[in-house]
Design a protein around this ligand. Sequence first.
Ligand SMILES: Nc1ncnc2c1ncn2[C@@H]1O[C@H](COP(=O)(O)OP(=O)(O)OP(=O)(O)O)[C@@H](O)[C@H]1O
Length: 340
Amino acid sequence: MPRETIISGTTEPDDRKRDAALRPKLLREVIGQKKVAQRLGIAVNASRKTKEPLGHILFDGPPGLGKTTFATVLPNELGTSIQMTSGPALSKQADLLPYLTNLEEGSILFIDEIHRMPRVVEEFIYPAMEDFRIDLVLGDGVNARTISMNLKRFTLIGATTRSGMLSSPMRDRFKMQEHLDFYTINELAEIVRVNARKLDTKISEEAALELARRSRGTPRIANSRLSWVRNFAISEADGSISMEIARRALDMAEVDSEGLDKQDRRYLETLIDVFGGGPTGVEAMAATMNIPSDTLSDEVEPFLLREQYIVRTPRGRLATQKGFLVVGRKQSTDGSSLFE
Ligand SMILES: Nc1ncnc2c1ncn2[C@@H]1O[C@H](COP(=O)(O)OP(=O)(O)OP(=O)(O)O)[C@@H](O)[C@H]1O
């Protein structure tokens, strides 16, 4: 898959390795998301003082914004261990069992994409979350009996790109629910500077800002841009990243100067050229673009909404004037599109 179409959770193995190496280890190393970090800091301090495990935590937000980062920072802060799995890997109760029986007192169980866990597994985990206990059914038919098994007290951390898809009994069992939002240009520039240092690469102030501007508000994308620009600098110059090198490298990767990627542009062009700017439903957009509607609503639309290229109306998605302009279309007086 060409790099510029990777906008998010579609992480390739190399991206995953790079992300893990660059991931902050402690809360104070986390850049941005200040309020979330402060609240977690308080919960961590309280847990240290009371020797009680942290309450269960749910992180939600678009891919690549740091849900896994926060989840992996917390055990470091608490000096405890973490086990990691994901909703799609837990198709039946027996898949979850080894994780529950391996728990240590105060340790963390991280379930990514928790909204994709089937209902039977979800219901199995309720008593574990509430009373640190599970109910196992042994045998079947008339011989079936239920035994209760006590677990070590633990913290469940769930991550989801779609909190709306979680059942409310599940959501209510999380003591803290933290939403992660897109990063500002300055926060992303700071992440780029820190990570360039970790990679032993010199980068100018303005080049860091340029990378930040073209990273779609997302640290994972900033890391991937940095990695490309660094390779470009090594291959084509002396290895340090100046503004000129950053621009040439990003232009070559077809990363546009507005920070949109190809998928964003295709979305806007489809909405405007095929649907006259909308309003139109996400399913119609998905069918026309031949992309799953989940990908559109989880990965593409949140950034376009936040940057006000589109708005959501009761009748569907509507391109704004800014949305028309960024893809070089003009809005006619009746709201439909005119090619420039
Ligand atoms: N607040 C932050 N400060 C510094 N770096 C960050 C921050 N958040 C994320 N990153 C960087 O971005 C990478 C991607 O973040 P992470 O894997 O935590 O995202 P995520 O929200 O869990 O994504 P997904 O839902 O796709 O798994 C991290 O490895 C880290 O290098």
